[in-house]
Design a protein around this ligand. Structure first.
Ligand code: FES
Ligand code: FES
Length: 160
């Protein structure tokens, strides 16, 4: 067994895990953070994407044993009380989802894109979400939602 200390959604977490424990399973089963979805388990769908130290990562490909002292953000870490994160709001406003299964992964990938690209354009968004698959909405409204959230977040940071 391996002991790790990490931060999840700004909360310190210490855990003792089997060396084979995948982050996706750890989040869902040990931490009860079931917003991180598992759609394939083979690194293709992106449903399990979370932010690890600022990078969007497919959590089904990472062992918890590798994560001592890292900072993780999951979809549950985005809203502030009853206020949705601008990305969550933009997906709602732009009809960027139908069944919603892929949505947490898209939102976490989009968060990294927005935080790393000051002037996000459609081509960069389309390239940036290549690792995420949606099987029911189509990508037009997802791209619209991400560009809309990027604008909202840029305006908010200028005001801050
Ligand atoms: Fe991780 Fe599909 S469950 S990429
Ligand atoms: Fe259903 Fe994307 S909204 S898979």
């Amino acid at each position: 067994m391996i002991s790790v200390s990490l931060t999840i959604n700004k909360q310190p977490v210490t855990a003792v895990v089997e060396p084979r424990t995948l982050l996706a399973n750890f989040l869902r089963e040990d931490q009860r953070l079931t917003g991180t979805h598992i759609g394939c388990d083979t690194t293709q769908c992106g449903c399990c994407t979370v932010i690890i130290d600022g990078d969007a990562v497919k959590s089904c490909t990472v062992l918890v044993a590798q994560l001592d002292r890292v900072e993780i953000t999951t979809i549950e870490g985005l809203a502030r009380g009853d206020s949705l994160h601008p990305l969550q709001q933009a997906f709602m406003d732009n009809h960027g989802l139908q069944c919603g299964f892929c949505t947490p992964g898209f939102i976490m990938s989009a968060l990294e894109l927005i935080e790393k690209n000051e002037d996000l354009d459609e081509e960069t968004v389309r390239h940036g979400i290549e690792g995420n698959i949606c099987r029911c909405t189509g990508y037009i409204n997802i791209v619209k939602a991400i560009l809309s959230a990027a604008e909202t977040m840029k305006t908010a940071s200028r005001r801050a």
